[in-house]
Design a protein around this ligand. Structure first.
Ligand SMILES: *Cc1c(COP(=O)(O)O)cnc(C)c1O
Length: 424
């Protein structure tokens, strides 16, 4: 145990890390002349050094040739969304035809529910987790009302049943068994944003589909954090954003997955726009809508090129590392953090996130002993020392060591600052 706590051990782990050079590909915010210990990749991922050149390339083309930029060169804007498609498919374990970068997460969630939440009098309900991220709750409730149904009976929320406010697979299974015949859509997160819990998406998909319900996932906290196999898992759809673990920059264009089994289904209801029209005939500008094959058929507008550009730089790094290696490092980093919290900080911090590595990603949610005032004081102390986590009311600090750029040394700094604050 003592070895785990020593700076020499952390330094050895960092030196032996096969992904250590990735950190140099990022701009790390500074604090008092040193790198911050940045644990907020779950909120806004850091800027890849390559992002500026990607944005600059667009600005330069715009300045030099303006409208011709739509058609000129290998990165022409007409198909700019396709520059990220294949790498994105690799990150989420999908076929290229199943993914598209478009809009933002909440918009994609609404668009997907237009197609995959098709309530009937006999089957009107959406089943989701209690305590979901607000946008998911708002989107679901507004869809239920939009179709003339009643959220008080047709929005089914599965309550946490475990000690730390996490939800067991048993509770999900029981809820789907109990309500299944009334459920039109199961909407579930891949990683719970508050607790950091990872869910078994294969099992949830199987249970929901066995009841005849559609399945959609919000993967905001999963993409780039845990390995995904969306094609094989086979939900109907998934949505996610790119500014968290995918380092696409503030407000980055989001992601969307539609399973291949729907790729050719022109009969699905959808809210259409010209960019979802079959590419080969799009510029005939005919009045009838013919959807492009796959997820791209849900696009509305021509691609927001400046909003996509930084993502290209980040995806190059994901391709270089690969999700299996990132996950391996992530398990080691978060395991190290957990061991130190348990050994040294257990009087101050209680780990809310499940202890089983397969039930969590990189994030640990840490409840501060003594309640909100103590929690805020610790949080502000950490900030003043250049150790950045994020705060969740009323008393939780989330610390997310991301394998792309965090080090074991960052974890030691976090532990040392909590100890200094607590006088340990
Ligand atoms: C971050 C996050 C969002 C954000 O939605 P935007 O449309 O990108 O603002 C939505 N849902 C979950 C679960 C998130 O974690």
């Amino acid at each position: 145990m003592n070895e785990l706590l020593s700076p020499a051990h952390a330094a050895a782990l960092d030196a032996a890390d096969p992904l250590r050079q990735l950190r140099d590909q990022f701009l790390i915010p500074q604090h008092d002349g040193a790198d911050q210990a940045y644990f907020v990749g779950n909120s806004l991922g850091l800027q890849p050094r390559g992002a500026r050149a990607m944005v600059q390339e667009v600005l330069d083309l715009w300045a030099r040739i303006a409208v011709e930029g739509h058609f000129t060169g290998p990165t022409h804007w007409m198909n700019y969304h396709r520059l990220v498609r294949d790498a994105l498919a690799r990150v989420v374990g999908a076929l290229p035809v199943e993914v598209v970068a478009m809009n933002t997460l909440s918009v994609n969630l609404q668009l997907m529910m237009v197609s995959f939440y098709r309530p009937t009098a006999a089957r009107p309900a959406i089943l989701m987790e209690a305590g979901a991220f607000p946008t998911d709750r708002h989107a679901v409730e507004s869809q239920i009302r939009f179709h003339g149904f009643d959220p008080s009976t047709d929005l089914i929320e599965v309550q946490p049943d475990e000690a730390n406010g996490t939800i067991s697979m048993g509770a999900i299974e029981r809820a789907i068994a109990e309500h299944g015949k009334r459920v039109a859509l199961v909407l579930w997160p891949g990683v719970q944003y508050r607790s950091g819990q990872v869910f078994d998406l294969d099992a949830i998909t199987r249970l929901a589909r066995a009841q005849g319900a559609n399945v959609g996932f919000d993967l905001a906290h999963s993409v780039g954090n845990v390995p995904l196999t969306l094609h094989d898992t086979a939900p109907d759809f998934a949505v996610w954003c790119h500014y968290k673990y995918l380092n696409g920059g503030p407000g980055a264009v989001a992601g969307c997955f539609v399973h291949e089994r729907h790729a050719r289904d022109a009969s699905l209801p959808r809210f259409a726009g010209w960019w979802g029209h079959e590419q080969a005939t799009r510029f005939q500008m005919a009045p009838e809508f013919v959807p492009e094959l796959g997820a791209e058929g849900w696009q509305l507008s021509n691609p927001p090129v400046l909003g996509l550009a930084p993502l290209r730089a980040s995806l190059e790094l994901f391709d270089r590392a690969g999700m299996p290696a990132l996950r391996a490092k992530s398990l080691q980093l978060t395991g190290h953090l957990e061991a130190l919290v348990l050994a040294r900080l257990s009087n101050v911090l209680q780990i809310v996130t499940p202890t089983e590595p397969e039930r969590r990603g990189c994030q640990l949610s840490l409840r501060v002993a003594g309640g909100r005032a103590q929690g805020r004081a610790l949080f502000e102390h950490l900030q003043s020392k250049g150790v950045l986590g994020d705060w969740r009311e009323p008393d939780v600090i989330r610390i997310s060591p991301t394998p792309m750029y965090n080090r074991h040394d960052d974890i030691l700094r976090f532990v040392a600052e909590v100890e200094a604050w607590a006088g340990l």
